[in-house]
Design a protein around this ligand. Structure first.
Ligand code: PXL
Length: 286
């Protein structure tokens, strides 16, 4: 019997080395039983985090013809999921995707920055464009630096109280998305991924242990596991739990091998966790 799989159009770059963007989004969602249709925004030899001069081909003029082809085919997607964009023009192309597939789940990962600093490729215009995408999204998944940038606050955020965490979540939701998840939030000696569901007025947090290394691509993996989990019907706190637990496993596995951090997390060693899809319930209310 033919079983239709859940299908996602993933609008992200393809970086050859460094395990980020489509290189991790494809296996992560596939292991969760989701079909990924990549719409590459750019092709890069490596990510932009520490490998020196990158060979890059900007694919700005590819996205609209790809959308037009899918329109001619009357092809459907259950979810449109955008991330790293290579130019400000790509914001409008993503908006066209989101507008055409208006009944699909709209996930925007506003990839712009980390650890208090914008990525080299993040211009002021791209930052403004990301706010437009956030405004039409159902779900957004910024890290704390990106969350602060979207709200016009200092990208370097200090220790946050529960009230401040809730304020971040609510103010981002007021920009448009009904579900907001912020990663890498530091509060009172612990790290958390935090979330908010506007429709249920519920706040969630999932704590995690931090290790002394920072790997690229972890935000992409987090957002992909979260998206896959929600598309499979999990609740928001369980999806946050699954994404956090998977990353904790993958990061600790990688750290044990003392690899070059620029190579990212050893995803391929850990995919069994996503395939077996264990029952989880380790979340807290914020
Ligand atoms: O993981 C975010 C990301 C995506 N794509 C490219 C990047 C980065 C982060 O550095 O450089 C090209």
């Amino acid at each position: 019997m033919y079983q239709k799989s859940v299908r996602v159009a993933a609008i992200h770059d393809l970086s050859g080395v460094g395990r980020c963007s489509l290189s991790v989004i494809l296996p992560t969602l596939s292991a969760q039983g989701i079909q990924v249709c990549p719409v590459p925004t750019a092709i890069l030899s490596t990510h932009t985090g520490g490998f020196g001069d990158v060979a890059m081909r900007d694919l700005t003029d590819y996205i609209m013809p790809a959308l037009e082809h899918y329109q001619r085919l009357n092809y459907s997607f259950d979810c449109i999921y955008s991330g790293f964009l290579a130019s400000k023009e790509q914001v409008d192309h993503c908006l066209n995707f989101f507008e055409y597939y208006k009944d699909s789940l709209k996930v925007v990962d506003p990839v712009m920055a980390d650890h208090g600093k914008p990525y080299k490729t993040c211009t002021d215009e791209l930052r403004k464009g990301m706010s437009k995408l956030v405004a039409i999204a159902d779900i957004i998944t910024p890290n704390i630096t990106e969350a602060a940038m979207l709200l016009g606050e200092n990208p370097l955020q200090p220790d946050l109280s529960s009230q401040q965490m809730k304020s971040f979540l609510v103010r981002l939701s007021e920009l448009g998305p009904k579900i907001v998840v912020i990663t890498s939030v530091y509060s009172d000696g612990h790290y958390y991924n935090i979330g908010y569901e506007h429709d249920h007025s519920k706040f969630w947090k999932v704590p995690y242990n931090i290790i002394n290394a920072s790997y690229p691509g972890t935000g992409d993996v987090f957002a992909s596991v979260l998206t896959g989990s929600i598309l499979r019907g999990d609740s928001l706190p369980i999806a946050m739990n699954r994404a956090t637990a998977f990353l904790e496993t993958a990061i600790k596995t990688t750290y044990s091998y003392s690899t070059d951090v620029r190579d990212g997390i050893m995803l391929e060693n850990c995919l069994d966790f996503l395939i077996s899809n264990p029952t989880l319930c380790d979340y807290e209310q914020l």
